[in-house]
Design a protein around this ligand. Structure first.
Ligand code: LUZ
Ligand code: MOS
Length: 770
């Protein structure tokens, strides 16, 4: 089944926040962000701004009717700065005007004086000063100290990954409309209607039943709207609440890039030990997460870094420590993979460092250490592993032995172009790591004409979740897809939603749809059984008809619905699903946090132009564990998008903050994202149908985040191509591998041993500035 939105998307008819028709009298907001990354506000002068024609009101923290607090996990984030600012772009004032232009003109006239304080942008500097968002977290398995004794080879190093701008095509925004009796309706581009509702109510000081958040769809989220949609909704709602007028604010691209948090940059130290057969015996790692100026989702992201710190490898002795470091950058936030990719990059870097020193291909070490069913992750859960199945099928299906030979041959016969390849196996845990969040709900109505309305907690953001929800309902009722309509995601129809995140949305909400529809279907079958005097067990619903003992009966779905209605049988149901079996003890750092894991293996092939440092990704070929895909077209789209987004993070996308904490790469002219020319020339996805029982909806495994991590292969493939040109090249284990860094690396000299430590502790931020 095609994505149900494909027709309106293609015709430009799909409705996003900015397409919601405006009510007469709507006012427009714009926020004034701090120009300084750290300091005390000594004066705020709004007088010039207030004189701009059309300006209605300029709100500051003093106007907040409830609490000035939007922190999700920790209450450490004011909506509007009071006396102190701690990142560039931190909202200080909110202008409300009759036009968009007036609001933006007024923002430019606001004057603020700030007594500056020292600015920290590097997580290691923050750590050294003891500036942590939460106490460090530690995952342990076995005993690394004892294990070093048995290691034949031990390697240490430093690995870094930069942040990533979400670049959802639709920027952040909200539209708040006052209702009678002080209630509010908010259209928001949020992944988390409940969180947006809760944050708004806290700021306004009203009860949650007063505020409805309604989400039609998002033009992309990628994690950027899991927590960071709330501020804009709260600002619009506050203005609407005070002025009794509808207020809209949709950020323009540069505002969005400057003010919102991104994927967390990480700097990490690793130590890896292997026996003489290249079995990894021990792994120690310290992660320094650049959290930015407030907690946001950083503690949860930090946790997922630890959960994925051994990727898909079984390592018997692990000691991993993660620090969430408070800096003066905008608070960093969820981004597809949620800290997992950052953790996985480091173990891959450690393996590559070992491989390069041992003179073997990294794939040899990777393969030997893939986990097997029954192997324990450092957090205590036992693997149900598809790692070998994916790897072996990839070797076979993509003729990897001969690809390796061809690559060597190409490199031995070409001077100025070099090819590189890398294998990238992945393993990603499915469930919110916070067990409590693993719940979903659905509300299903069957109308008297037989048409069906489905509301869930799932937010459609291009990932196709509505199509999957529709498939579930149509399947259970045995009716055509066009009889089912997916409604917007509204807190009035489905309450207390978890964010659409963690790749778990289709599972959590799909199971709830399944439960609600099954309940209604059972009632309908009872109606038919009573009417026909046959046992209910002989009845099924299929092809828009009743089937009796698998024979199509003349009674149609529509007739059955009318019968049920006349018998006063309920045609509506609300269902609640909570993932069974999962649990986690944060004090012991052990448990069974994930419903299941998703596996896969990718091979990435690249070619570098060694004169220019430019490159292309020739191919990414993947064997991916889909379980049993319920929608291969949508799932393939998720894999393709994830790979390209991952490659962007690893190669092109370079966030640069200067020492003042200002974002330099603040527009698409300076922040490069993959385009049609930089996507892999060949993108092949092989569906591995896996049969192990799992908790996925219809055994169709979650597909949102896992494929992003295939992109990590591009970094290491480039590294291998550089080494083919210059075997002694000094290449810091620091992503992204931009063309500039590639060129530098191609002509680099090896470091002298005494340089190594110094050079490697230089952060990529400083490298960028040099
Ligand atoms: N969001 C969240 C997530 O709140 N918890 C998670 O575990 C998670 N994982 C992936 C993506 N978003
Ligand atoms: Mo996400 S990173 O699943 O919002």
């Amino acid at each position: 089944m095609k994505n149900i939105d494909s027709r309106t998307h293609t015709r430009g008819e799909s409705v996003y926040l900015d397409d919601v028709p405006l009510i007469q009298g709507t006012l427009f907001g714009a926020s004034f962000g701090s120009p300084i990354a750290n300091g005390h506000i000594t004066s705020l002068d709004l007088s010039e701004a207030e004189k701009i024609p059309g300006v209605v009101r300029i709100l500051t923290y003093k106007d907040i009717t409830g609490q000035n607090q939007i922190g999700g996990i920790i209450p450490d984030e004011p909506l509007l700065a009071e006396h102190h600012v701690d990142f560039c772009g931190m909202p200080v004032a909110f202008v409300v005007a009759e036009t968009y232009e007036a609001a933006h003109a007024a923002v430019k006239k606001i004057k603020v004086e700030i007594d500056p304080l020292p600015i920290i942008t590097d997580p290691r500097d923050a750590h050294a000063l003891g500036q942590l968002i939460v106490p460090p977290r530690t995952h342990r398995l076995g005993d690394t100290e004892a294990a070093w004794q048995s290691c034949e080879y031990i390697f240490e190093g430093l690995a870094e990954t930069n942040g990533q701008e979400h670049l959802y095509i639709e920027t952040q925004g909200a539209y708040a409309i006052p209702q009678e009796n002080n209630a509010l309706k908010i259209y928001s581009s949020t992944q988390s209607p409940r969180a947006t509702q809760a944050a708004t109510c806290k700021v306004l000081g009203v009860a949650m039943h007063q505020v409805e958040v309604d989400v039609i769809r998002l033009g992309g989220g990628f994690g950027g709207k899991e927590d960071q949609a709330n501020a804009w909704a709260a600002l619009c709602a506050l203005a609407a609440h005070i002025l009794k007028k509808p207020v809209k604010y949709a950020l323009d691209r540069m505002e969005d890039m400057a003010m919102t948090g991104k994927r967390h940059p990480y700097s990490s130290d690793f130590k890896i030990g292997l026996d003489k057969h290249f079995k990894i015996l021990a792994y120690e790692v310290q992660f320094y997460q650049n959290a930015g100026a407030a907690a946001d989702l950083s503690p949860a992201v930090l946790e997922r870094t630890l959960f994925h710190c051994t990727n898909t490898y079984f390592i018997p002795n692990v000691h991993a420590v993660a620090y969430s470091c408070k800096t003066n950058l905008p608070p960093n936030t969820a981004f597809r993979g949620f800290g997992g990719p950052q953790g996985m990059f480091v173990i891959e870097a450690a393996i590559v460092k070992a491989a390069e020193n041992l003179g073997v291909d990294a794939s040899v070490i990777q393969q030997i250490n893939l986990n097997k069913t029954g192997d324990e992750f450092p957090y205590g859960q036992k693997a149900v592993s598809e790692a070998h199945a994916c790897w072996d099928k990839a070797m076979d299906r993509f003729n990897i032995e001969s690809v390796i030979k061809e690559t060597h041959y190409f490199n031995s016969t070409n001077k100025l172009y070099k090819k590189g390849i890398a294998m990238m196996p992945i393993c990603f845990g499915i469930s919110f790591t916070n067990t409590m969040m693993n719940q979903g709900r659905a509300l299903v109505h069957v109308y008297t004409d037989g048409s069906v309305s489905v509301s869930t907690g799932a937010v459609e953001m291009g990932q196709g979740v509505n199509t999957k929800m529709l498939q579930v309902a149509a399947y259970v009722f045995g009716i055509d897809a066009d009889k089912v309509k997916l409604q917007s995601t509204s807190t009035s129809r489905v309450a207390n939603t978890s964010p659409s995140a963690a790749s778990a949305t289709a599972d959590l909400n799909g199971k709830a749809v399944f439960m609600a529809c099954t309940e209604i279907a059972n009632r309908l079958k009872q109606v038919a059984a009573d009417e026909m005097h046959i046992p209910i067990a002989s009845i099924t619903l299929k092809d828009n008809h009743i089937h009796v003992s698998d024979q199509k009966h003349e009674m149609t779905w529509e007739r059955l619905i009318m019968s049920a209605f006349f018998k006063r049988v309920s045609l509506s149901e609300h269902a609640h699903y909570a993932t069974p079996e999962i649990h986690y003890d944060k004090l012991k750092e052990k448990g069974h946090p994930f419903a299941y894991h998703v596996y896969g293996t990718a091979i990435t092939q690249v070619t570098i132009d060694c004169l220019r440092g430019t490159y292309q990704v020739d191919a990414v070929k993947v064997v991916h564990d889909f379980g049993v895909s319920m929608n291969p077209l949508i799932d393939r789209g998720q894999i393709e998008g994830g790979i390209v987004q991952g490659i962007g993070w690893m190669t092109l996308e370079e966030l640069i903050y200067d020492k003042e904490g200002k974002l330099k790469s603040n527009a698409l002219s300076t922040y490069k994202v993959p385009d049609i020319y930089s996507v892999p020339k060949v993108l092949e996805i092989d569906f591995l149908e896996t049969t192990a029982d799992n908790l996925a909806i219809f055994r169709s495994k979650a597909v949102g985040e896992p494929p992003l991590m295939y992109g990590i292969g591009a970094y290491f493939a480039l590294r291998n191509a550089i080494k083919a040109f210059n075997p002694d090249a000094h290449i810091p284990l620091s992503a992204p591998m931009t063309p500039e860094k590639t060129l530098m690396a191609l002509y680099s000299k090896p470091l002298k041993p005494d340089q190594e430590k110094n050079e490697e502790t230089t952060s990529s931020l400083e490298v960028n500035q040099r």
